[in-house]
Design a protein around this ligand. Structure first.
Ligand code: CA
Length: 299
């Protein structure tokens, strides 16, 4: 699968492209099972795409529309903020290197408006420091250019599922992925149906990751949640020990984890697989996308 986003173009003029709503039901039928994910008869989740690379923006717009999203575009930060404020999107895809203001300023403004609206960064900046800075400003996830389209779409779905759980919080529903079930309410963990003995601190690590399932959680965020802002370097070592122990208990092959993933130098992510996708229905995602619009009351 070729990577996209390698060609970067800049543009000094800002524009808004507001695409008319189209009827995608025919496309959904033509795409068959692949399109069952989105029920096109319902209101489509709105994605605001803030990206100054014309070719990349066009490619992403077409791909997201084919997946059933209502895409609104902007090619600079200020216009992106206007579009976001006007359209009240369900999710924002944001380039950091914009021609007018830096994407980090856009993140901060969006977080002033909505504390939980998903923001996924698309950026050519692949340093650990850039990723940590964006995530700690409030971005939910970070995709480095060039990236594969399936990877980006998976991240978009994971972010929408997380947002849906935020809106439709149901602590009685365990998180399930890769044969592991984590019941936060009852503090129970099973693997392939068998109970797993988890220490209290290991459980706290899992709880933080499950709260942001599918998203990248920085080491600093984990340390703050577990030990507060005064955590010491020693706590980083404790965290590594807890993660190693959890992998021993929960992974089929702890040396090649599929559930508890490390983003080197940045943090950790608990992977969401298809069982979790099935657990949260499309209907829940769509009703979340609708209920979060009028009045902005959820955050
Ligand atoms: Ca750019």
């Amino acid at each position: 699968m070729p990577k996209i986003g390698a060609v970067l173009e800049s543009s000094s003029a800002c524009l808004v492209t507001d695409f008319p709503k189209c009827d995608f039901r025919g496309v959904a039928q033509a795409r068959g099972a692949d399109c069952k994910r989105w029920d096109m008869s319902k209101v489509r989740p709105v994605v605001v795409l803030i990206e100054d690379d014309v070719k990349l923006r066009r490619l992403l717009r077409n791909s997201l529309q084919q997946e059933g999203f209502d895409v609104r575009e902007a090619d600079c930060g200020r216009t992106g903020l206007i579009v976001a404020a006007t359209k009240k999107p369900d999710l924002i895809l944001l380039d950091l290197g914009l021609p007018d203001i830096d994407g980090s300023e856009v993140i901060m403004k969006i977080r002033e408006w909505w504390s939980a609206r998903p923001v996924i960064i698309l950026s050519g900046r692949d340093s650990e420091a850039a990723k940590i800075a964006a995530l700690e400003l409030g971005a939910d996830d970070y995709v480095t250019k060039p990236f594969g389209l399936p990877e980006l779409l998976a991240r978009v779905r994971a972010a929408l599922r997380r947002a849906s759980r935020h809106t439709h919080a149901n602590p009685t529903t365990p998180f399930c992925s890769h044969g592991v079930s984590i019941d936060i309410l009852h503090r129970q963990v099973t693997r392939n149906g068998a109970a797993v003995d988890i220490t209290p601190n290991e459980f706290r690590v899992l709880a933080v990751l499950v709260k942001r399932a599918g998203m990248l959680v920085t080491t600093r965020m984990l340390l703050d949640e577990l030990w507060g802002p005064d955590s010491s370097p020693q706590h980083r070592n404790y965290l590594r020990v807890y993660m190693a122990s959890l992998r021993q208990k929960l992974e089929p092959n702890p040396t090649k984890p599929v559930l508890l993933l490390t983003e080197a130098g940045v943090g950790y992510r608990i992977a969401v697989d298809d069982t979790q996708s099935a657990e949260l229905t499309d209907e829940a995602i769509f009703s979340a996308s609708q209920s979060s619009k009028p009045g902005q009351t959820e955050d």
